[in-house]
Ligand binder design. Sequence first.
Ligand SMILES: Cc1cc2nc3c(=O)[nH]c(=O)nc-3n(C[C@H](O)[C@H](O)[C@H](O)COP(=O)(O)O)c2cc1C
Length: 222
Amino acid sequence: MTATPPQPPDRTEMPVADLGRRAYSFLNCLVAPRPIAWVSTVDAQGRRNLAPHSYFTIASAEPAVVSFTSIGRKDSLRNIEATGELTISVVPWRLREAANLTSIDAPAGTDEFEVAGLTPVPSVAVRPPRVGEAPASMECRLVEVRSFGELPRSGHVVFAEVLHVSVDPAYLAEDGLPDLERMGNATRADRMNWFSLGEREAITRPVWGRQEPAREPGTART
Ligand SMILES: Cc1cc2nc3c(=O)[nH]c(=O)nc-3n(C[C@H](O)[C@H](O)[C@H](O)COP(=O)(O)O)c2cc1C
């Protein structure tokens, strides 16, 4: 007699089509926590705009390309399409309330730097200013926008090449890289929740042929 293979635990199975409008909230719980891009732009008349976007990641390292997604067509997206430029600042935990204020659904042309009492600091390579209070910023040029779906929930992925980076020296580690713990990046997660940084542990990447013996999942390192 052959032994019965271990059965997977019971799960609630859901085709994404059955989730309907809840797919958005569901994915926000599964793909989390997410870093927050504090996106600054200017419109064709040079009026400032600032808004947080957590559908944000590195898309390519060489060339340096980042991406963020506008759900629906918003001012940030429209300004980027009009001018081809943006900056992305890091949102530290200490500035989470200010960052949240800049997500206000204000009419086009409203300066969210003013709304949140933040300092627009001139950039080096692009017209939109950086957030002066942020520990670090990237100055970027639009590469392309890739759109999915229909309004109002359509996703517009903005790919932007990073032309210039700036970091407050107080947040640079001895190896010349930004010190994440000192910057204290805020992240966005499920529902209305934000997360601060948690535990940190450096884990060596495995090299084929030199693997350490496998440990029981969940057991502590010695
Ligand atoms: C922490 C946080 C993260 C957000 N992430 C996104 C996002 O990834 N995509 C998006 O379209 N809106 C996101 N929003 C909502 C926008 O910030 C909000 O709709 C804002 O008004 C857009 O501004 P704009 O019209 O000036 O571009 C987020 C809001 C918060 C508070």
